[in-house]
Design a protein around this ligand. Structure first.
Ligand SMILES: *Cc1c(COP(=O)(O)O)cnc(C)c1O
Length: 370
């Protein structure tokens, strides 16, 4: 039994004195939102930091995703994964688009490219995959399918901040990628998000759309929305960039400790690093095989809770099992067998830079010895 409650994550906050300095400046400027000084600086620095050409800041990841679909004028049907946070599919719904679920691969829990191809119909206009846990999707194969069928690709990269493949940001793949800077994510601006694009013209359209469609004082070019990030969040985000690398190293150490402690536990498996991928160690999911481990996943989940350890079942239930989506033809059981297997086995263990090695040892010991 842990003396204190341990949650699956804990946000890292920027240096308070530094933030107060920024606040003083904002108080002097009296410029709170609409592309202010901090917003401009954060956009520029973040693009360089991530190794992408263009980025547009948003008030949250969900609005970034909803807007991304508008940017590319996506309609009809979009092929997506049931194994994600519910906002991925909600963004389609808010655009009047029909979600078509394709099953995932068992290796890294990302959408299965082969299953994308069989889900394509004349109404399909785009693919919306998710880099689940920050593990890159099969981006080359997905692009190949998109090119052959004339489809757009929008990546929900909410988990993939800082992830690189062959020294290239994973955000450079597809037509657009979206990020989330929610408090629970590896890089947070309290709430926040972004769209990454690869050309100036698209960046312009994104920036119009997130500000009601205004191109200038008297011109509205599209029925836009209000999804702007404010100056306080941008100033907070700028400071977060200073400590990100340290944060990443600490998370890597914790993940490696978990791996060392759990690697011989019968019925417990986890993901290892992928060659040529720079990971961000945003989550530490384990899979519980009830045929080999003493307990089912939900039993282990309850045991951890009894010990004051609040792990989370990301992702369970599947999006396709929520009442709003379960009536869709693609939500049927036979279509999503692999996703169901993983959703029944997964638990994400506590992981944040402030988590002590002793806590990791305790958590691992409970899993090994219950
Ligand atoms: C967090 C998350 C979102 C939503 O981002 P918000 O910033 O919370 O709106 C979307 N997709 C995935 C996969 C997420 O994890």
């Amino acid at each position: 039994m842990m003396g204190k409650k341990i949650f699956v994550t804990q946000p890292t906050l920027p240096n308070l004195d530094g933030f107060i300095e920024s606040l003083k400046e904002i108080w002097e400027n009296k410029w709170l939102t609409n592309d202010g000084k901090f917003h401009k600086e954060f956009e520029n620095k973040l693009a360089k930091f991530l190794g992408v050409k263009y980025i547009s800041l948003f008030s949250n990841g969900t609005l970034a995703l909803i807007s991304a679909l508008q940017v590319l004028r996506i309609t009809g049907e979009v092929i997506t994964t049931p194994y994600s946070f519910v906002a991925t599919t909600h963004a389609l719904w808010w655009n009047g688009i029909k979600p078509v679920f394709a099953d995932i691969e068992l290796n890294y829990c990302n959408i299965d490219a082969e299953r994308i191809e069989t889900a394509i119909t004349p109404k399909t206009t785009a693919i919306l995959p998710v880099h689940v846990y920050g593990n890159p999707c099969n981006v080359d194969r997905i692009q190949d399918i998109a090119d052959r069928y004339g489809l757009k690709v929008i990546y929900d990269a909410a988990h993939a901040f800082g992830v690189e493949k062959n020294d290239n940001s994973i955000l450079n793949y597809g037509d657009l990628s979206i990020l989330s800077f929610h408090a629970t994510k590896i890089f947070n601006t309290i709430e926040g998000g972004a769209i990454i694009c690869h050309d100036k013209k698209t960046k312009k359209r994104i920036d119009f759309l997130k500000n009601f469609g205004f191109a200038d004082e008297v011109t509205v070019v599209a029925p836009g929305i209000n999804a702007k990030m404010n100056e306080l969040q941008a100033a907070y985000g700028l400071l977060q960039l200073n400590t990100y690398q340290k944060e990443l190293w600490k998370r890597m150490e914790i993940v490696n400790l978990y791996r060392n402690l759990l690697h011989n536990t019968k019925g417990i498996t986890f993901f290892n690093d992928i060659p040529n991928v720079k990971h961000n160690y945003a989550y530490f999911p384990i899979l519980v095989d009830k045929n080999k481990y003493r307990y089912e996943r939900d039993e282990l989940y309850a045991i951890l809770k009894k010990h004051n350890i609040y792990a989370r079942r990301y992702f369970y239930p599947l999006i396709s099992d929520f009442s709003v989506y379960r009536g869709l033809p693609s939500a049927n059981h036979e279509n999503l067998i692999s996703a169901r297997i993983i959703a029944k086995q997964v638990i994400c263990l506590p992981l944040y830079s402030n988590l002590s090695f002793e806590d990791v040892e305790q958590i691992s010991k409970i899993i090994k010895t219950v």
